[in-house]
Design a binder for this molecule. Structure first.
Ligand SMILES: C[S@@+](CC[C@H](N)C(=O)[O-])C[C@H]1O[C@@H](n2cnc3c(N)ncnc32)[C@H](O)[C@@H]1O
Length: 347
């Protein structure tokens, strides 16, 4: 297989797979009454959730996506339907598109998951249902252990999804200033491997649950990076973190967890880093206003139905990181698709 160039923007592929969310988002919001309510009156997220008897946290994620699709506006903290939505998505309107959109939406599974989580605030899988659909069950890793086959499946799934942003992250100059980096919740290890490859003086430890660390080890071997990259099977919630690293890197880890759990992770990282050490969060960021962009809002809805988390904004990460004691919180797009690298320093 040919080598990849240093950075590859794969955002067009992200746009393709995230496009499957568009119609189900519209249909679910027609069904709960979002467009009708916001055509009549401007409302805050909480007011709208109360009026429709739906979950405010889930609704906030839907409103971000609807804003990004041009169907709602936000003024002085209140949402209202745009002229487009008032004209074509109001159920009493002459040209109501809802009846058509519902029939033409063949993505019943996703529509069902989105509707259930919007109505109840719970993930569909949390009601005990078993299914092979990844949007319908809690992530395997939430139990703190998984079968080797599950680990292999997740590693391959995550590797495909993370290759381009890993190349983008790897060329960030800040990694050249570190001696040793721990990639926490490494999955296949693609980030740690690419960062090590781009920084030959850097040692990298790939840390994940032990089954996943075994899978990451296979990727290290395949990449021929064994001299620079090692693995550690550690439960980041229940076990001591390895010390001696001046950088902790988390990619797509904070987005799996609630605000409260993110604060705990930030705190555990802070405790394990030396003074001057850095924490890195590689994530697709929501904007600070909670109004998009669409790729972040749709990805956040995937987190809503499949994990305990969501896509956070830089402002939310700043608050989480500063509450643990970190300073100098900043972020920049890495050039690897839609990802940004958030960083902060332990004083
Ligand atoms: C969404 S994946 C991200 C993988 C990789 N960082 C990437 O971006 O491709 C989340 C990772 O967190 C790991 N994880 C979840 N709970 C964990 C725990 N308690 N301790 C260590 N790792 C954990 C999972 O096994 C999984 O590999």
């Amino acid at each position: 297989m040919s080598a990849l160039p240093p950075t590859v923007d794969d955002s067009a592929i992200w746009d393709i797979w995230l496009s499957q969310f568009r119609l189900p988002i519209i249909n679910v919001n027609c069904e709960v009454g979002t467009f009708a309510a916001l055509s009549e009156k401007s409302l805050t997220t909480d007011e709208l959730a109360a009026k429709l008897s739906i979950d405010a946290r889930a609704l906030a994620m839907h409103l971000s996506a609807l804003f990004a699709m041009g169907l709602v506006e936000k003024r002085l903290g209140k949402w209202q339907a745009t002229h487009l939505a008032r004209t074509w998505l109001h159920p009493d309107g002459e040209g109501y598109w809802g009846n058509f959109c519902k029939q033409i939406d063949f993505n019943e599974v996703l529509r069902g998951r989105l509707l259930e989580s919007l109505r109840t605030g719970r993930r569909p899988g949390d009601s005990g249902e078993e299914s092979g659909d990844i949007t319908a069950r809690p992530a395997e890793w939430e139990r703190g252990t998984m079968s080797q086959e599950a680990a292999e499946g997740i590693a391959n799934f995550m590797h495909a999804h993370s290759q381009a942003p890993a190349l983008g992250a790897a060329v960030q100059p800040v990694f050249g200033t570190l001696k040793s980096l721990m990639d926490v919740g490494c999955g296949s290890g693609v980030y740690g491997i690419e960062i090590a490859r781009a920084n030959p003086g850097l040692k990298v430890v790939l840390m994940d649950l032990k089954e996943m660390a075994i899978e990451a080890g296979k990727f290290v071997e395949r990449a021929g990076m064994g001299a620079q990259v090692s693995t550690a099977g550690v439960n980041m919630f229940t076990e001591e973190w390895p010390r001696g690293h001046d950088g902790h890197f988390f990619s797509n880890v904070f987005h799996d967890w609630s605000d409260e759990t993110c604060r705990l992770l930030a705190q555990r990282s802070f405790e394990a880093l030396p003074s001057g050490g850095r924490i890195f969060l590689n994530e697709i960021l929501m904007n600070d206003e909670g109004t998009g962009p669409f790729h972040a809002a749709a990805f956040s809805l995937l987190m809503l139905v499949g994990t305990l988390g969501k896509q956070y904004s830089l402002e939310e990460f700043r608050d989480i990181l500063e509450s643990a004691g970190f300073t100098d919180v900043q972020a920049q797009r890495t050039g690897g698709g839609y990802y940004s690298l958030v960083s902060a320093v332990k004083p």
